[in-house]
Design a protein around this ligand. Structure first.
Ligand code: 13P
Length: 302
């Protein structure tokens, strides 16, 4: 038996012993996606987590995602297999600066992308994902919005609303580095492919897309499209999922280095180790969890 088969057997045994469910984000390495019970975008995974009757949720992703699962499922034990799997974008927003911004713009609604810490969500009026950000902003009664932490998603929202949008200066280093020349190059090598891009990319890059959407949106679009060839403008892990669901279609990364180092920290060994040692448990002070829950709950109503 090869090492991966042994690990998978051990994982099955541990899952049963702890009544655990394994969730993996679309950017995880292929072996982790294959070992998971569910693979998806951050928020759909948290909703699955809230609905399961498992006692333990192992969230293979980055910290803010495991936190969202805990916010929605406070009675369950939520494990993040790699403690250091953080999100630089989420870390670009801090509570002190946010409070100062709120004082400066008391008439603005605070709209926070789910790629943020529980403490930032707790300070917000409402959350959004990359797929519903425009809809969330347009649903608000306020004419002014403070959008955080992603400036690219914020600018994308600003271009789809009449409201005034004040954009926080954060960005995802993996998406933000992609530039117009990268898209021009790929259009030369793959002239017939449709180009599907995540809204965390820069506005000039988004202008060159055939479709702009979240990882879940890109999956849906590729599945429903009559086209057979696609360039994927987001973290390369999504391509594994896309190929599995669409074996007769072709998918190419927009850039060879479209890789999130934090998402790649979780391996099959670390996943098994997390359930063996029951670590690393996500804990959120109840007061913050309730406030963050309210911001997420408001988004769900929209
Ligand atoms: P979605 O899976 O919600 O599209 O976002 C993933 C993400 O974290 C982008 O950096």
């Amino acid at each position: 038996m090869n090492i991966n088969m042994e690990l998978i057997d051990e994982l099955k045994r541990l899952k049963k012993e702890h009544r655990a469910v394994i969730l993996a984000h679309n950017y995880q390495v292929a072996e982790v996606q294959d070992a998971a019970d569910y693979v998806g975008d951050s928020f759909e995974l948290s909703r699955i987590a809230a609905k399961t009757d498992a006692d333990v949720i192992v969230f293979c992703g980055v910290k803010f995602m495991a936190e969202s699962a805990k916010i929605l499922s406070p009675k369950k034990t939520v494990l993040l297999p790699v403690k250091e799997a953080g999100c630089p974008l989420a870390d670009m927003a801090d509570v002190i600066t946010l409070r100062k911004m709120k004082e400066k713009h008391p008439d603005a609604a605070v709209v926070t992308y789910v790629n943020s810490s529980a403490s930032i969500k707790a300070e917000s009026d409402i959350c959004c994902t990359s797929s519903n950000a425009v809809k969330v902003v347009n649903s608000l009664k306020e004419d002014k919005v403070l959008f955080l932490p992603d400036k690219n998603l914020g600018r994308y929202v600003a271009s789809h609303t009449d409201k005034e949008v004040i954009v926080w200066n954060g960005y995802c280093p993996t998406h933000n580095v992609i530039n117009v020349d990268d898209v021009k190059k790929i259009k030369v090598t793959h002239p017939t492919s449709l180009i599907l891009i995540h809204p965390e990319c820069q506005p000039e890059v988004l202008k060159m897309a055939d479709y702009i959407g979240s990882t879940a949106g890109i999956i849906k679009y590729a599945k429903e499209s009559k086209s057979r060839s696609f360039v994927i403008g987001t973290e390369e892990g999504l391509i594994h999922h896309l190929k599995l669901e669409n074996p007769s279609k072709e998918f190419f990364p927009l850039h060879e280095q479209f890789i999130c180092p934090n998402m790649k920290k979780t391996t099959l060994e670390k996943l098994v180790g997390a359930l063996e040692k029951m670590e690393f448990e996500v804990k959120i002070p109840e007061e913050i969890r309730i406030m963050a829950y309210n911001a997420l709950e408001k988004m769900l109503k929209v």
